[in-house]
Ligand binder design. Sequence first.
Ligand code: SAM
Length: 216
Amino acid sequence: MNHFLSAGIDLFWRRMAVAKMPDTGPYLDLCAGTLDLSLALLKEKNTKGYITAIDFCHAMLIEGKKKINYMKGKISGLERINIIAGDGEILPLKGSIYNAAMTGFGLRNLTDRRAGLKEIIRVLKPGGRLVILEFSQPVIPIFRKLYNIYFCHFLPHIGNIMTRGDRAYDHLRDSVLGFPNQTQLVSIMKESGFINVGYLNLTIGVVSIHWGDKPL
Ligand SMILES: C[S@@+](CC[C@H](N)C(=O)[O-])C[C@H]1O[C@@H](n2cnc3c(N)ncnc32)[C@H](O)[C@@H]1O
């Protein structure tokens, strides 16, 4: 659905996000869902190290497992993905063991985002990198107006028809409207302890990639 409704642009967004990740793991994929970001990391980058893919929704992870089976022979390194069911706000992980963490369209869904960021910084090694791919605010005012009409009125309608009325796209609209904009997210990351924080707007700010490092 996401590939369809974004006309495949989400694949480009993921490619850009994983480009900001270091070449060496181990990696954490928080709110991994059906593993699209983990798979993009393996596909787009010549990486070393395992990937821990965490989500608290078993059904999403089961779909992700099916994607791994489907991708066998098409992407190398699939055996390096370890799937764990767990809560991103209380990670079931001990120690500062990850070289990098990433979350794709996940942070917005956490009930307590600051708790999630604190957990990420806890499990990162000193100097470890976090990359966040998330919906954001378009930066050109006229485009923002048109986009908001599409996003608030058309997208939920189309989404609800195509998902037979499960209202998932109402949640998408509400959670995106309630999510911090680019500069607010920079502040939240800094307050959570990250340094070297920066961001890049994609598709005129419909989506942004934020990154930051755990201090040494
Ligand atoms: C929009 S999906 C993103 C999936 C994937 N990362 C991607 O790039 O498409 C958001 C995911 O966040 C997960 N999620 C929400 N809150 C969570 C939490 N507290 N702990 C773990 N996963 C959570 C949901 O189950 C869902 O799979």
